[in-house]
Design a protein around this ligand. Structure first.
Ligand code: PEP
Length: 245
């Protein structure tokens, strides 16, 4: 089961010691099924890689530039650089980045360049509240997935992160029945349209120690993408402990 921590634009070199307790937990055989991935900001990716060396914890980036080769793109970082630093995962298509200008076309190029660097892509998609209210949820999700994966191979290295935009950071989560049927629809779409045998789908949006017990009951989920609650190791550990018995 995946526990992917998205630190967003938080954290400094000092905060790396926060993860000591998570490193300890990851060593316990009881938690060997927990696939813990930290996605800190670029500025501390390298420190995270060093810190988690010889542990089961993996590191990922939160985005990248779409250009796969090195080039004159001031202020940007591409998938090749992320790979070279020792990260194994990358988040692409997060709604915060979509809002900041990542179009489906750019996302498709980012996924492509990340896969060509053998990074595991955490591909995010999800509807806004407005879209949900207009009953457009599946239409929106389908388009994001279709455009994001268009003409790509190697889809087995993708983890699909369903993140309703309105749920991120809001404390609001779909009830289990609705979430589960949503996941099943997504899974079937991925199987049918992209011939992915067993798509790995994780859920993200306000996952916390209070709602995790109920969320893990959704057996079709392969784990969680966790923002706010991953930045505090106590909460992150609590989530992992309550997921794995
Ligand atoms: C996220 O940003 O991917 C996320 C799921 O955030 P939060 O857990 O804070 O809602």
């Amino acid at each position: 089961m995946y526990f992917i921590g998205n630190w967003k634009m938080f954290g400094s070199v000092k905060s790396i010691n926060y993860i000591n307790s998570v490193i300890k937990l990851a060593k316990l055989s009881k938690f060997k099924k927990a696939k813990i991935v930290y996605c800190p900001p670029y500025t501390i990716l390298s420190e995270f890689v060093k810190k988690t060396k010889n542990t089961k914890i993996k590191v990922g980036a939160q985005n990248c530039h779409h250009e796969k080769n090195f080039g004159p793109y001031t202020g940007f970082i591409n998938a090749k650089m992320i790979k070279l630093i020792g990260a194994k995962y990358i988040i692409i298509g997060h709604s915060e980045n979509r809002r900041a200008g990542d179009t489906d076309k750019l996302i498709n190029l980012k996924v492509k360049s990340s896969l060509s660097e053998n990074l595991q892509v955490i591909f995010c998609f999800g509807e806004t509240l407005k879209e949900r209210k207009k009953n457009k949820t599946f239409q929106v999700i389908k388009k994001q997935i279709y455009m994001g994966l268009k003409n790509l191979k190697n889809l087995k290295n993708i983890i699909f992160a369903y993140e309703p935009v309105w749920s991120i950071g809001s404390g609001k989560v779909l009830n289990n029945n609705d979430l589960e049927s949503q996941i099943i629809i997504i899974k079937n779409y991925l199987k049918k349209k992209f011939k992915i045998k067993n798509p790995k789908i994780v859920y993200g949006g306000s996952v916390n120690p209070n709602n995790i017990k109920s969320l893990v009951e959704i057996r079709t989920l392969k784990g969680f993408l966790i923002g706010g609650a991953s930045q505090k190791s106590k909460k992150f550990i609590d989530i992992i402990k309550k997921s794995i018995n």
